[in-house]
Unconditional design. Structure first.
Length: 197
């Protein structure tokens, strides 16, 4: 299932998730979270997203499956933000686009192993208040790597503020799949589709 590309004028006027990779991140460092940081990450996440209070065991299961799924943003060695994502395999992508994807408790059968290419990336949870938002630039840089560069991004916007943020970096609504689902077509995929047209 594909969605239409936005017009060229719209693409040129709005900021873009892939373009964030070229912006500096001087005050924040980011990398996959260590096991020792998960407690601080969960405490921070629950303070911003209370519905995550019971998600600890699921987060641990996803982190054990693929450590690249849970990133910590740090300032001065202290955890100040988090970026959690699910690296979907073809089955996971089909379930997401078919409306039968459980993001609260995803099956490992829907996720790419660390040795497999990623078919799509589901933005699971992001907590990046104030300066911590610089960490998203580092995640964007990381997701330009070979395993991820052609994997389109998806996220559910559960608040108007979250929806506005994602729309401002190139995500578009996908109401035919889910009224809350947003999708982002990677720049390399847009170029390929334009050339194929």
């Amino acid at each position: 299932m594909t969605r239409p590309l936005p017009g060229r004028a719209a693409l040129m006027q709005r900021p873009d998730f892939d373009d964030l990779a070229s912006l500096p991140a001087r005050r924040i460092t980011a990398s996959p979270a260590s096991w020792g940081e998960l407690g601080a990450l969960m405490e921070l996440a629950v303070s911003q997203i209370p519905a995550l209070a019971a998600a600890g065991p699921v987060v641990e299961r996803i982190r054990a499956h693929d450590r690249d799924s849970i990133w910590a943003f740090r300032r001065g060695g202290e955890v100040v933000g988090a970026y959690a994502m699910l690296h979907l395999n073809p089955t996971g992508l089909r379930r997401l686009l078919g409306g039968s994807f459980d993001g609260a408790d995803p099956s490992l059968a829907w996720l790419a192993s660390p040795r497999e290419p990623v078919s799509a990336i589901y933005k699971w949870a992001v907590v990046a208040p104030r300066l911590a938002a610089e960490g998203i630039r580092l995640v964007s840089r990381h997701l330009g790597g070979p395993r991820y560069a052609t994997a389109d991004l998806y996220a559910r916007a559960t608040t108007p503020a979250a929806a506005k943020l994602m729309l401002n970096i190139g995500f578009a609504p996908m109401p035919e799949v889910d009224p809350f689902l947003l999708g982002y077509v990677r720049q390399v995929n847009r170029t390929r589709r334009i050339l194929a047209a």
